[in-house]
Design a protein around this ligand. Structure first.
Ligand SMILES: *[C@@H]1O[C@H](CO)[C@@H](O)[C@H](O)[C@H]1NC(C)=O
Ligand SMILES: *[C@@H]1O[C@H](CO)[C@@H](O)[C@H](O)[C@H]1NC(C)=O
Ligand SMILES: *[C@@H]1O[C@H](CO)[C@@H](O)[C@H](O)[C@H]1NC(C)=O
Ligand SMILES: *[C@@H]1O[C@H](CO)[C@@H](O)[C@H](O)[C@H]1NC(C)=O
Ligand SMILES: *[C@@H]1O[C@H](CO)[C@@H](O)[C@H](O)[C@H]1NC(C)=O
Length: 657
């Protein structure tokens, strides 16, 4: 055997199928890798990409945001595909409106972009549960997510059997925009189950064919790349790394995890900014520093994808969360996914970062860049007076906004009740051993529990306000309180309202069911016999218009000391306008809750925690005339009950807690 053959055999073992892509090199409509470069239709091609996630932008603004990308010289749009958006229930699929993936692909192509599609099934993305549907958490025995657990793979397969046939005709080889398809996401940061990754590759190739470039993205660190990449399966390895890092060494490392000639340098997540959690300062990265980092990458003739090019908004209940060293250190993501990206949440380009990045890009491309479209009209519609409609607890008593309570011996978690989002109210009766100073502990509550005592006899007969005594708020890291003596009357009702603040989307504590996951202990003894009310609020706000709360202020027959309240409540107001325009809802002065506009869930607000104190409202959510605003305020409303529609985002809420 000649030396060449021996080398060839060794190559076959280590990168057996590596050479496949070169074979279709010459064709029309071909996108392939050779000589450590990307080639499009036979000519070298540099990816100047950016992430814009269709699921974070109102569909009527997709075109606007993509045109803004054009004006920065972007030629490839990268996006994830969130499984939970498209298969919200095991038997329900959604590809309509904001979930119209094919519409987004068609639009991208019409505007002259190529697409890098990141199909997961896990996507991270600061998105609820990293894109996994919540119903996976109800499967018994517990799924081992992101492994080759056969039951998990079966569910992934049946999802991909729906998704992948939809995207085949959008592959570049089929005259579509998709040049590359990413498998999983930064898998090397999580596990080392190569047969799981291999299963995904086999499944993807079965649907998409052998020609399409499959890729992985992992941090540019040897251990991460060892566990997350699949060069032996002809899967191209891309890397991501902090902007501070020296790109030449990252690309040299990338090369070790690609077959010879198959390693076009690609930073597939170039961080233009960063994510922000509630309670942190809003992310801000220096424009010049970011631009210099981009320049270093482009000067190496490398390809790059800006993450994020335009972040958008985590509307509704879609934002994710992170954990620290323990699952108890819990940090929920903001509703805004502005990310300090060059194209801001509401489309603004007039920023130092956009200008600095554009100046760099301009040095590397020949063609002149098109002007961006004018910014959509924006207006400060001003203050709107809200009025209180009803307390959440009164609604549970009086209208069928939620199904009947579910009886249970021990509290059950949210997904076991077939519920995805929102709240669960767990209700029980204080047991006979309750006394002043009794210790209530909820060892595992995801994520935040507001506890109230009330007199059921009284409450059942009368619609009086302020009949609930708030005895404390617990969360994942602060799980116990002492029962005040005024509330320690056996037979009184104990209500625990538990909020799902967004599922963990990254790291070892990804398996994150919501609600109460443990027993509730009173002086060390489990409390039994609960009724749970599901309050998912996922199909818009409850239909409560027209109901008025009774203003009777009689108090229940327990001692009068303590913090009396009528608990979380809905507040309602009308924004009357001549013409829709982009605007921001300022909730400064309010505490914590949710806002619905014309039935659309704008997302969570929490100005007392900060830093976000406005919610972005794209014009397509408004109409001329009367627009209905509904807040569910969980704690204290503003003194004046006023909200303010302003013309700019405000991330300066410092918080008072
Ligand atoms: C990579 O996989 C090895 C072998 O399974 C494991 O010991 C190691 O901890 C993994 N590394 C990371 C970063 O997960
Ligand atoms: C980049 O490409 C140009 C043109 O092909 C070439 O002259 C230059 O040497 C390349 N630079 C690097 C760092 O590869
Ligand atoms: C949990 O509760 C403790 C005590 O009230 C508080 O200090 C902490 O900030 C809370 N954590 C979150 C995430 O709200
Ligand atoms: C009432 O609430 C305040 C503020 O949360 C707290 O400091 C006080 O201890 C509470 N009073 C009682 C009697 O629970
Ligand atoms: C509403 O916001 C505007 C700025 O857009 C500000 O000038 C005005 O004082 C605010 N009004 C109230 C009532 O907060």
């Amino acid at each position: 055997m000649s030396l060449t053959v021996v080398l060839w055999l060794i190559l076959q073992v280590y990168c057996g199928v590596c050479l496949v892509h070169s074979e279709n090199a010459a064709g029309e409509k071909s996108f392939y890798i050779a000589n450590d470069r990307f080639y499009k239709d036979g000519s070298p091609f540099r990816i100047l990409g950016g992430d814009i996630h269709y699921f974070r932008v109102h569909p009527q603004y997709w075109e606007d945001r993509l045109l803004r990308a054009k004006s920065l010289g972007i030629n490839v749009i990268q996006t994830y595909v969130p499984w939970n958006l498209h298969q919200p229930q095991p038997d329900r699929f959604n590809f309509e409106d904001g979930a119209n993936l094919e519409g987004y692909l068609q639009l991208a192509q019409k505007l002259g972009f190529l697409v890098m599609l990141r199909i997961g099934p896990y996507i991270c993305a600061e998105w609820d549960f990293g894109g996994f549907p919540a119903w996976l958490l109800a499967v018994q025995p517990k799924l081992r997510l992101r492994t080759s657990d056969p039951q998990y793979l079966e569910l992934v397969d049946s999802w991909w059997d729906v998704l992948l046939p939809k995207i085949v005709s959008y592959l570049y080889s089929q005259q579509g925009p998709i040049i590359m398809v990413q498998i999983e996401n930064e898998y090397g940061s999580f596990g080392s189950d190569k047969s799981y990754l291999e299963h995904l590759v086999t499944k993807a190739r079965a649907h998409l064919g052998e020609d399409v470039i499959l890729y992985t993205t992992d941090g540019a660190v040897p251990e991460l790349l060892e566990n997350g990449t699949l060069k032996g399966n002809a899967v191209y390895t891309a890397v991501d790394f902090p902007v501070e890092w020296e790109p030449a060494s990252a690309f040299a490392l990338q090369k070790q995890f690609n077959c010879p000639g198959q390693s076009p340098p690609l930073s597939s997540e170039f961080y233009t900014g960063w994510l922000t959690h509630w309670g942190e300062e809003m992310a801000h990265t220096d424009p010049e520093f970011t631009a210099e980092a981009l320049d270093r990458i482009l000067s190496l003739n490398a390809s790059v994808v800006l993450y994020m090019l335009h972040g958008g908004t985590n509307f509704g209940f879609t934002s994710g969360a992170n954990t620290g060293k323990s699952a108890r250190d819990f940090f929920a993501d903001l509703t805004s996914y502005d990310y300090d990206a060059p194209i801001r949440e509401a489309g603004d380009l007039n920023t130092p970062k956009f200008k600095a990045l554009k100046a760099v890009v301009g040095r590397y491309i020949q063609e002149s860049l098109p002007d961006p479209p004018p910014l959509p009209a924006r207006k400060a519609f001003g203050p709107v007076q809200l009025e209180k409609l009803l307390s959440l607890f009164d609604i549970l008593r009086s209208v069928s906004m939620v199904p009947e309570g579910i009886q249970m011996y021990e509290p059950r978690f949210m997904e076991a009740l077939h519920q995805t989002s929102g709240f669960i109210l767990y209700r029980t009766t204080l047991p006979s051993h309750a006394k002043g100073g009794s210790r209530i502990v909820i060892p595992e509550v995801h994520d935040r529990a507001q506890l109230y005592i009330s007199d059921p006899e009284f409450g059942g007969r009368e619609q009086a306000s302020k009949k609930y005594m708030h005895i404390g708020t617990l969360n994942r890291s602060s799980d116990e309180l002492l029962l005040p003596s005024s509330a320690a009357v056996p037979g009184l009702q104990l209500d625990i309202l538990v909020e799902n603040m967004g599922r963990v989307n990254y790291g070892p504590f990804l398996y994150d069911p919501k609600g109460i996951i443990s027993s509730v202990l009173l002086d060390g003894k489990p409390v039994h016999n609960w009724v749970a009310f599901s309050i998912p609020l996922d199909s818009g706000p409850p239909k409560i218009a027209g109901l008025v709360s009774n203003q009777n202020t009689r108090r229940p027959l327990v001692k009068d000391t303590g913090n009396w309240t009528d608990g979380p409540a809905f507040y309602h107001g009308k924004l009357i306008i001549d013409e829709p325009a982009d605007t921001f809802l300022s909730v400064a002065g309010w505490s914590k809750g949710l806002a619905f506009l014309n039935g659309y869930n704008l997302g969570r607000y929490w100005p007392v925690k900060g830093p976000q104190c406005t919610l972005y409202i794209p014009a397509p959510l408004l109409h001329a005339g009367e627009n209905e605003l509904l807040l569910l305020e969980l704690e204290e409303p503003s003194n004046t009950l006023i909200v303010n529609f302003t013309d700019g985002a405000d991330f300066s809420c410092k918080g008072t807690m």
